[in-house]
Design a protein around this ligand. Structure first.
Ligand SMILES: NC(=O)c1ccc[n+]([C@@H]2O[C@H](COP(=O)([O-])OP(=O)(O)OC[C@H]3O[C@@H](n4cnc5c(N)ncnc54)[C@H](O)[C@@H]3O)[C@@H](O)[C@H]2O)c1
Length: 386
């Protein structure tokens, strides 16, 4: 493989932070909080000061394992003097309620995806944050990592010419093989599109800009799934949502993205994402990870070339979106609530189209987030997870 280009950007943040770290209060101390705590521990710009959960024992366990963190009730955390930003790691059904309470308390908020359980709720969260003048960020922040950002730099540098199309492919046999409580993946609000789609559509919006319409089709192969692991192994879970979703998104630029998201397939050799332009084709790494190889095939070239890392946070982990929010004191965070709202709107529109059997216009839009210059973080990244 040849090297396509070899340029780097400086590593300075684009705005200066206030004196002292931004103080973080975590609400929701479940599975994914471990990855955030590992990332935040290596970022001097951020300091976790408090943790809360519906289950107080979970918050106490986080406090016991992390010096400087105290366990609080949820209301006390939102009111605490030493919490500037609430990191909302609760389950999707609670995202809006927790975000709205934090905004009402005057706190900045960064939360896991999706921004809310529905587009209508997500719009209320964005409006409340704007009215209160607080910053609102939303996962995924994998899109700020060196993989996606290097791919984006190829596009922004014009190496593909005008982008024409993209493909986004996520095919697995389903999460019930490894997840001990997979019920929510097979109920409305779950399925492959709402669970994994945020990574892919956030990446497509960063690469190709906002989406104006969606055409979808969807199916499911089985009416129940069998849990593979844990105390409920062998138990059957009803399937009440579609488990194979496919469709075409039309971007405002005119580019067309084809999505295939499935819990009904065994395996695939397709790229997670490819982008095709008039002068080249690009392989984009898995958008559920922060890094990975970017490959460029120029028109008339002699095959796929490895593109050197040229942009984004190196060695990223879940939480770099919060670092970005902390540093952009006078600008919207890149992994913003507005992007999170648009992504959810696109996903819902695709499902709506599949149900109605016709094209659906996407009502809202967002700005394409700013690119991330090459940034070095401080240590090795924790592993990504689904
Ligand atoms: N598990 C993963 O691998 C993974 C990966 C990426 C993103 N996510 C996202 O992270 C979020 C959390 O997922 P998880 O796997 O950590 O779930 P989890 O069930 O392990 O943890 C969620 C925690 O939130 C708490 N909680 C629920 N409602 C609450 C409320 N109203 N107030 C306070 N605490 C509340 C629960 O008690 C629980 O401890 C989800 O949005 C999910 O999509 C998860």
């Amino acid at each position: 493989m040849n090297h396509a280009h070899d340029t780097t950007h400086d590593s300075a943040p684009d705005t200066t932070a206030d004196a002292g770290p931004l103080r973080v209060g975590i609400v929701g101390c479940g599975h994914i909080s471990t990855q955030y705590l590992a990332t935040l521990a290596r970022l001097p710009e951020l300091a976790v000061t408090a943790a809360a959960d519906l289950d107080p024992a979970r918050a106490q366990a986080v406090a016991a394992a992390h010096p400087g963190v105290r366990a609080l009730g949820i209301a006390d955390l939102l009111a605490a003097d030493d919490v500037d930003v609430v990191l909302n790691l609760t389950v999707p059904a609670a995202h809006a309620e927790v975000a709205l309470a934090a905004i009402a308390a005057g706190r900045d908020v960064y939360g896991e995806k999706p921004l809310a359980a529905t587009t209508a709720e997500a719009a209320r969260v964005v409006a409340a944050a704007e009215a209160a003048g607080v910053r609102l960020g939303c996962a995924p922040d994998t899109v700020l990592g060196s993989g996606l950002q290097t791919a984006r730099r190829v596009l922004d540098d014009g190496l593909l010419g005008a982008p024409v199309a993209a493909t986004a492919t996520m095919l697995t046999p389903g999460h019930e093989r490894w997840h001990p409580d997979p019920d929510f993946y097979y109920a409305p609000g779950g399925g492959p599109l709402l669970d994994m789609g945020p990574y892919y559509v956030s990446a497509l919006v960063s690469l190709l800009g906002p989406v104006v319409s969606a055409v979808g089709a969807a199916s499911h192969t089985r009416t129940s799934r069998t849990i593979g692991r844990g105390p409920r192994a062998g138990e059957r879970v009803p399937v009440t949502t579609d488990t194979h979703v496919t469709g075409v998104l039309t971007h405002a630029s005119g580019a067309l993205s084809t999505l295939v998201m499935s819990f009904d397939a065994v395996a695939t050799r397709g790229s997670s994402i490819e982008v095709h332009g008039e002068r080249g084709s690009l392989v984009v790494p898995d958008p559920n990870h922060f890094d990975g190889d970017v490959l460029l095939h120029p028109l008339g070239g002699d095959g796929w070339q490895l593109v050197p890392v040229s942009a984004g946070y190196r060695a990223g982990g879940r939480g770099i979106g919060l670092l970005d929010l902390a540093e952009r004191t006078r600008r919207e965070p890149r992994a913003s609530g507005r992007v999170g709202l648009h992504v959810l709107d696109v996903l819902e529109s695709l499902l709506d189209s599949a149900a109605r059997g016709r094209r659906v216009d996407v009502a809202g839009t967002c700005e394409r987030p700013d690119p991330v210059p090459l940034r070095e973080l401080h240590a090795a990244a924790p592993a990504s997870a689904a």
